[in-house]
Write a protein that binds this ligand. Structure first.
Ligand code: MRU
Length: 360
């Protein structure tokens, strides 16, 4: 199978002509629209409305968002710039709570930039750090794809959840990087994409981006996944992650846990593909992961069309936690980490606390 080069395809966001440009993912699959985000309010709105989404893309957007904030407010002194960066790291970094990459990237840009002696140097350091985060993400995606393709070289039918590709990162993706790498290597890979209610990231985004790249994809309702697994229609489940605790418990899009349980019942391997920036050593287990709860109207309607009584009570968690015991292995840029995950994660990371550690 011939798939295009990454440079020929669109990714979630980029720094273009000294501005932050993002694909508005709420408009897909019908319209491919690029937005230029020129204010902090626009950056926060884009993150909270899921115009930009997916843990690594959130990190990149948050990082570049601090530069947007410097350009918007134009602080007069280095003191003012440092105070501004503190506020921006807090405001942008906490725009969504679960994906650890967002706060991590915002703090990383702030910490690098405050070392600058004047406003110009602070801005230059902030941009350099944010672009380094983007470059590292692209590289991590590439390596995750390569490690995953080696691990799954005999796997042809992959079930995935939500969107973990070039719309969720600034490179090939995480779980979908494995798919793209297998496809580029000529493997007859086929993706079963769950639609991912309530916001349909699987149907709107994964189905769109795989079809756009020429990779075979088949859409199924979330509720059909367990039957597909039980019926032998799937060789492996590969998903992404928003936060991986120190013991390997993994937060990902709501519905992931159910797929993991069904995969174990069917004897199908369940992989989590994620960069090490998604590991949060400061969180001991999944019990400590903050799960974002989103607006009730996301469940009472689909794309603005009512599907439930307007005042019905709703529980709308955006993520769930898959216990590490259900995870066959983590696919990271440092390689494939196998159980016991607490030990292999610790061995793959250097440093402590917030996922800023890097592979040995
Ligand atoms: O709410 P979203 O769309 O930001 O959720 C995204 C996910 O759950 C992804 O699976 C995860 O961020 C990994 S993206 C490579």
């Amino acid at each position: 199978m011939k798939i295009p080069e990454l440079a020929e395809l669109r990714v979630s966001l980029d720094w273009v002509d000294d501005h932050l440009e993002v694909i508005d993912q709420t408009r897909l699959p019908t319209d491919l629209v690029t937005l230029r985000l020129e204010t902090v309010a626009a950056v926060v709105e884009a993150i909270q409305r899921l115009r930009v989404r997916g843990a690594p893309a959130l990190g990149a957007c948050g990082a570049l968002g601090l530069v947007v904030g410097l350009d918007e407010h134009r602080p007069a002194t280095a003191e003012e710039a440092r105070a501004l960066l503190d506020g921006l790291a807090q405001r942008i970094g906490s725009a969504r709570p679960t994906a650890v990459n967002l706060g991590w990237a915002a703090r990383r840009v702030r910490d690098a930039a405050v070392a600058g002696g004047d406003t110009a140097e602070i801005r230059r350091l902030a941009l350099a750090e944010a672009l380094a985060i983007v470059a590292e993400d692209r590289q991590a995606c590439q390596l995750i794809g390569e490690h995953g393709a080696r691990e799954l070289e005999h796997v042809h039918r992959i079930l995935t959840h939500c969107n973990t590709g070039r719309l969720a990162t600034t490179g090939w993706g995480t779980a979908l990087a494995v798919v793209y790498t297998l496809a580029a290597g000529g493997a007859p890979v086929e993706v079963l994409a769950t639609e991912t209610r309530p916001l349909l990231q699987g149907a709107r985004l994964t189905a769109w981006e795989l079809a756009d790249a020429g990779v075979p994809v088949r859409l199924l309702a979330d509720g059909a996944a367990a039957s597909a697994l039980a019926a032998g229609m799937v060789d492996a489940v590969v998903v992404g992650a928003d936060r991986i605790a120190a013991n390997g418990d993994t937060a990902n899009k709501i519905g992931t846990y159910g797929h993991a349980v069904a995969a174990q019942a069917a004897g199908i391997p369940f992989y989590v593909a994620a960069p090490l920036s998604t590991v949060d050593l400061g969180t001991a287990s999944g019990a400590g992961i903050v799960i974002e709860e989103r607006d009730a109207d996301e469940l009472r309607a689909v794309q603005g069309a009512p599907t439930a009584p307007p005042s019905v009570e709703v529980w709308n968690p955006a993520f769930d936690v898959t216990p590490h015991a259900l995870v066959t292995a983590l696919i990271t840029e440092a390689g494939v980490l196998r159980p016991p995950l607490a030990r292999t994660i610790a061995a793959a990371l250097r440093g402590t606390g917030n996922g800023t550690a890097r592979a040995d």
